[in-house]
Design a protein around this ligand. Structure first.
Ligand code: SF4
Length: 200
C-alpha cells in the first residue's frame, strides 16, 4: 500500500502502491468468478455476468466507469437516484445512523486528520490496530530486510512523518490545512490516490 517514506536525508517520499489492485480488484474478480461458477482460468461465457453496485454519488459522477471485464456490469444506484453526498448524509441522519466519513481502508495514508480523528474517537479497537500497524511498518518489510533489501528510511502512515500516536490530530481541526482534508473516498474502481490502478 502507499506509505509515506522519510528518506535518510529527511525528505518525504511516497512508496509505490498496488493496494487497490492487489487487495480489492483481484479478490473481487476471484469471488465473482467463483459465484458465477467459472473460476480462473475457465472462460466465462458471453452473457453471463453479475451486477456490481458501486456507491458513487452525484458529486463524483466522473469516477463512474464501466467494468473492464464482460462478467461484471457496474451499476451506480446513487447516480440513478440522483443522490449527492450531502443527500446521503441527510438520509443517514434522518434514520438515526449518525454520520460517516468517506470510504477507504483504515490505514490509508491519503487519510486526512479529520478522518483519523473519526477513527480515534468512534472506534477505539480500529485505532489501536492502526497505531500498531504504523509502528510495525516503520522499518519496512521483514521479508525484504531478511533478503538483504532493507528500507533506506522509515515508513509512516501520517504525512507529518511522525508516529501516529504522537501526531496532534486536533491541531488542524476546522482549518483548510492540507493535513486536515480527506480526498474522495476509495472504491475498487475509483482509487482515491488518483493513480492508474494496477490490476494484473
Ligand atoms: S483507501 Fe484506496 S488508496 Fe488508500 S490504502 Fe486503501 S486501496 Fe489504497
Amino acid at each position: 500500500m502507499p506509505l509515506f517514506v522519510k528518506n535518510p536525508d529527511g525528505t518525504r517520499g511516497m512508496a509505490r502502491r498496488q493496494c487497490t489492485g492487489e487487495y480489492k480488484i483481484k479478490p473481487l474478480k476471484k469471488a465473482i468468478r467463483q459465484i458465477l461458477g467459472y473460476p480462473h482460468p475457465t472462460r466465462v461465457p458471453r452473457g453471463v455476468f453479475v451486477d456490481q453496485a458501486i456507491g458513487i454519488s452525484t458529486d463524483e459522477f466522473h469516477r463512474a466507469k464501466d467494468s473492464d471485464v464482460n462478467y461484471t456490469r457496474n451499476i451506480f444506484p446513487l447516480l440513478d437516484l440522483g443522490l449527492s453526498r450531502s443527500d446521503c448524509l441527510t438520509l443517514l441522519r434522518e434514520r438515526g445512523m449518525g454520520t460517516v466519513v468517506k470510504s477507504s481502508c483504515i490505514g490509508c495514508p491519503y487519510s486526512g486528520s479529520s478522518r483519523l480523528r473519526f477513527i480515534r474517537d468512534t472506534d477505539p479497537h480500529a485505532w489501536t490496530d492502526l497505531v500498531e500497524f504504523d509502528k510495525a511498518i516503520r522499518h519496512g518489510s521483514p521479508r525484504a530486510n531478511a533478503n538483504g533489501q532493507p528500507l533506506r528510511g522509515q515508513f509512516f502512515v501520517h504525512r507529518s512523518l511522525q508516529p501516529l500516536d504522537q501526531v496532534d490530530l486536533d491541531a488542524t481541526r476546522g482549518t483548510a490545512n492540507a493535513e486536515e482534508d480527506d480526498p474522495d473516498g476509495c472504491s475498487p474502481f475509483s482509487c482515491r490516490s488518483g493513480s492508474p490502478i494496477p490490476t494484473a
